[in-house]
Design a protein around this ligand. Structure first.
Ligand SMILES: C[C@H](O)[C@H](O)[C@H]1CNC2=NC(N)=NC(=O)C2=N1
Length: 110
């Protein structure tokens, strides 16, 4: 996990290739707790984080947002009482890029 977590996102270009199923399977091994689900035809990496209450979930969401701003790569975060679900995918390519796994690993490290 630390290996992915320490990497930095490469500048993702619109013509960057989406990860293949094999590449996704290999990267999932390095991102325990994360799963890939397709939403609206787009493969997304997601993980649910649980907390004691809403305030803690919100504080976590804020940290994820700061991480996203630092790397200019942004997730969807669904924040609820006791839960925050983080979704990573690359808008530019409408799918998954290694950057999404790097950001997921960093999210797990928060
Ligand atoms: C202009 C800015 O760098 C781009 O729009 C970035 C911002 N954050 C992003 N976040 C994600 N998840 N995918 C992108 O393609 C993306 N592009």
């Amino acid at each position: 996990m630390t290996q992915l977590q320490e990497q930095t996102c490469e500048a993702c270009r619109a013509d960057a290739p989406k990860l293949t199923a094999e590449q996704i399977d290999a990267l999932l091994v390095e991102a325990p707790g994360w799963q890939v689900e397709e939403r609206g035809g787009i493969a997304q990496l997601n993980r649910e984080f649980t907390f004691a209450n809403f305030a803690e979930a919100l504080a976590f969401a804020q940290k994820v947002g700061e991480l996203a701003e630092a790397f200019d790569h942004h997730p969807m975060i669904v924040t609820e009482w006791g839960k925050a679900t983080v979704y990573w995918w690359t808008h530019k390519i409408g799918g998954l890029h290694k950057n999404d796994f790097i950001m997921a690993a960093k999210t797990s490290g928060l």
